[in-house]
Design a protein around this ligand. Sequence first.
Ligand code: GLA
Length: 380
Amino acid sequence: MSTFEELFGRPPDGRWAAPGRVNLIGEHVDYANGLCLPFAIAERTVVQVAARTDDVLRLRSSAEDDGFEGTIDGVGPGAPGAWAGYAAGVLWALRAAGHTVRGIDLLVTATVPLGAGLSSSAALECATALAVDDLFGLGLGGSDKGRRTLAAACIRAENDVVGAQTGGMDQAASLLCTQGHALLLDTRDGSTRQVPFAPGDAGLAVLVIDTKVRHRLADSEYGNRRASVEKAAAALGRPDLRDATLADIEPLGEGGNGELLRRARHVVTEIARVRETVELLDRGDLAGVGPVLDASHRSLAGDFELSCPELDLACATANASGALGARLVGGGFGGSAIALVPADRLAAVAADVTAAFQDAGYKKPDIRTAEPSAGAARDT
Ligand code: GLA
């Protein structure tokens, strides 16, 4: 693996790191003006960066063979492709928003596990954004308000350059989360609240079970779900489903096959589950969150049709083995599930899930615990 000096002929100006995230609850509602409750995990994407005085971008990764060399003005929808679009897109978006940024040399030296539903792409965007903020003196990284501006540039990179129509949860989590807390994010106005969440203090742990399944359907189905939710709101003459009740969405069940009603019902009930979870955490009743996770999984698998046999098996096995609740997380169709597990059952749950996957002929899952960790920061 080449060092920064070998690649670029000079040392980096510094290292910046941004975490991946696990969403405790509030899945597929961030693009619907809903509420979600992610927390940052310990796994981080680390970039070494040096500022340039021209507009050239030289982007390399120790994990990928391909790199990118071009200028900021050459960045745009679809270009550059692959992983470099996430990093280059951030500089393009910051410049488009009126910030004075120049080129950079960048080397990605570590990353959040890729494709596990832990938001490796947002982590790369956010580490890059923080580096650029520091190196060009934008003055945004030091406050939550400024970090929201950086998150907005990261979201534009993803939506407009990479072309993934994701919501903004992952970027907000990576930049705004704090250790020992989950982040209550209101995606309607961008406001946030740090909600104390220290499972270890309650004798619990969050287990992340990466099924290793990466369905090709995931990207197109993500867009379909988003479109259905928007269509449901429009059919009801509402800007969104944020304040809709179950009674409000009933008319969606008339005619058709009920698909819009089911999609909308997930959004309405999931937002209610976020509120319920926050109340439980505020009361210190962490174990009470377990059944809410189960209800979320039923809604995501049933009404939202996002699950797959591996995710269902991971959740069912974890629960049968002593977890208090479990659900799929992230975009769906593979990736990871989380389980809330009493600390003394951790090893047993992990062993039982691994055995169940082996019996079913599935790939060996990657199983790790997730601790609510700090958001993006300069590393050295
Ligand atoms: C992906 C997207 C997020 C969010 C989740 C589902 O992680 O990047 O914006 O929509 O899926 O909650």
